[in-house]
Design a protein around this ligand. Structure first.
Ligand SMILES: *Cc1c(COP(=O)(O)O)cnc(C)c1O
Length: 469
């Protein structure tokens, strides 16, 4: 017990000029709390013989050191990181970074009151659904649309509103797991709809759907198998053929499009380099589905749309009205911040600015030359600070269950030497944490997903981590 006597009283420590300065910067409460914690920790270490301090002065110095470290640490578990993996829509790293337009729009409604459910003209209660109406119509060509918490919620709501207790016809090849608890059969079950599978895993024809439609049928569901590809002996109807079939039988066609890719026709012909353009041309587009006659299309707000987490369901006015009136709507609706961010993000597409202002689009539109120049510059800066590295050709992926297996050329910064696994872990522990990946036995940084404004912080983190090796 006596070893802990070298620890000064907390009140004395709080009176030290350096601690007073810290309290001004971090707040008195937080400093007091952190000091209590470091004192408790040192006391435990001394008693257990894990620390060896025998004067009051040495204990004070050590405590101040620990206090400063603790205050510097970010206490949140949700922290900003540098995504140097080259995976553009990285689900584990929060998918799409938002555009400045979206952030400005959120800030405006976040810091004050807003017209969330208020009609300025009449002074009466308004509908929150009004806010995205115009932007969604213009961006997708649909009659109406509604926003939900995410695509899973949007699809569940759509199925509950249209098909509860009745059959939904779906191809066996589309009973997929998208990831993280999203399995199409479970979504169907959760919504109260009954699953009616048709066709086979690799081939399903329009005639298979036609044969399954009866008076029990409430809808046809088409799901974009977004995270894998079936190759070889395969067959899947065109969306327009399914839409024609659905019309013939008078049942709605619902599509889970997933990525929120709106379509190339919103962009100038030279907006993307040829390789990215080819990739995007293969991705089903929401506008094409609407044009083809799909009755309801569900898609994500935070994948290729590049906005906040959300699910958007667009399509026929009467069906969207049923979604809005469904009791589940209240449970899956979005808040003012997301309306603001979604509206600003969608307008960037319709105003023709998305390729320069929406980060996800910017990362897909960046040229190979620009990536090579940035990598070369980063290598020079790192070498100047003693880090052994070189550029290397590599590939970035789009991720987030879009464009399965698709990759784009990039130039990596390869950190030479060291044990890659250990280095990867040390980079994760850096300030800011840097998430990198291993390619050909070395830690590699892909600048496609690194904001240029983050480069100085990335350099500092890499230098800190590798020089401490
Ligand atoms: C990503 C994805 C989902 C899930 O979207 P969330 O917005 O995360 O719920 C559903 N379907 C498809 C086809 C997807 O690609």
């Amino acid at each position: 017990m006596s070893r802990a006597r070298v620890i000064p009283a907390v009140d004395r420590l709080l009176g030290l000029p350096v601690v007073v300065t810290l309290a001004e910067r971090h707040g008195a409460r937080r400093v007091r709390q952190s000091l209590d914690e470091v004192v408790a920790s040192l006391r435990a270490d001394l008693i257990a013989g894990r620390a060896d301090v025998d004067t009051r002065e040495a204990a004070t110095a050590l405590l101040l050191d620990h206090l400063e470290t603790r205050l510097r640490e970010d206490r949140s578990t949700l922290r900003r990181v540098v995504n140097a993996t080259g995976v553009v829509i990285h689900t584990n790293l929060g998918r799409a970074p938002l555009s400045s337009d979206a952030i400005v729009a959120m800030q405006a409604v976040a810091t004050g009151y807003s017209t969330l459910e208020f009609a300025l003209a009449s002074g009466q209660r308004g509908s929150r659904h009004a806010h995205l109406e115009a932007a969604l119509r213009e961006a997708t060509g649909a009659e109406a649309g509604v926003a939900t918490n995410n695509t899973a919620a949007g699809l569940t709501l759509a199925l509950a509103a249209v098909a509860v207790g009745r059959e939904v016809v779906i191809s066996r090849g589309e009973l997929v797991e998208i990831g993280g608890g999203f399995r199409v059969p479970d979504i169907l079950r959760g919504s109260g709809a009954l699953l009616r599978e048709v066709g086979t895993t690799n081939r399903t024809r329009v005639a298979d759907y036609a044969a399954a439609i009866s008076e029990r049928t409430a809808a046809i569901l088409r799901v974009h198998p977004s995270n894998f590809r079936i190759e070889g002996f395969t067959e899947r109807p065109e969306v327009s053929d399914l839409a024609a079939l659905a019309r013939r039988f008078g049942v709605p066609l619902i599509e889970d499009q997933g990525s929120g890719w709106l379509g190339l026709d919103l962009f100038d012909a030279d907006a993307f380099p040829p390789a990215a353009r080819r990739l995007l041309a293969q991705e089903p587009a929401v506008r094409d589905s609407v044009r083809a006659g799909v009755d309801l299309v569900a898609f994500s707000g935070d994948k290729l749309l590049g906005g906040p987490q959300a699910g958007l369901v667009v399509g026929r006015e009467d069906l969207v009205a049923r979604l809005r009136q469904h009791p589940m709507m209240r449970a899956v609706r979005v808040d003012k911040l997301r309306y603001a961010a979604l509206d600003a993000t969608i307008r960037a597409f319709t105003d023709g600015r998305a390729v320069s202002t929406v980060p996800v689009m910017r990362m897909l539109a960046v040229t190979d030359d620009t990536l090579a120049e940035r990598a070369t510059r980063l290598v020079a800066q790192l070498r100047a600070r003693g880090v052994s590295c070189a550029t290397a050709p590599g590939h970035s992926t789009v991720g987030g269950g879009s464009l399965p297996g698709a990759s784009l050329q990039t130039t990596l910064v390869r950190l030479e030497g060291g044990a890659p696994d250990q280095r990867l872990a040390r980079l994760r522990g850096g300030t800011p944490p840097v998430i990198a990946r291993i390619a050909e036995d070395a830690v590699c940084l892909d600048l496609r997903t690194v904001d240029e404004a983050d480069e100085p912080a990335l350099i500092d983190a890499v230098v800190d981590v590798l020089s401490g090796a």
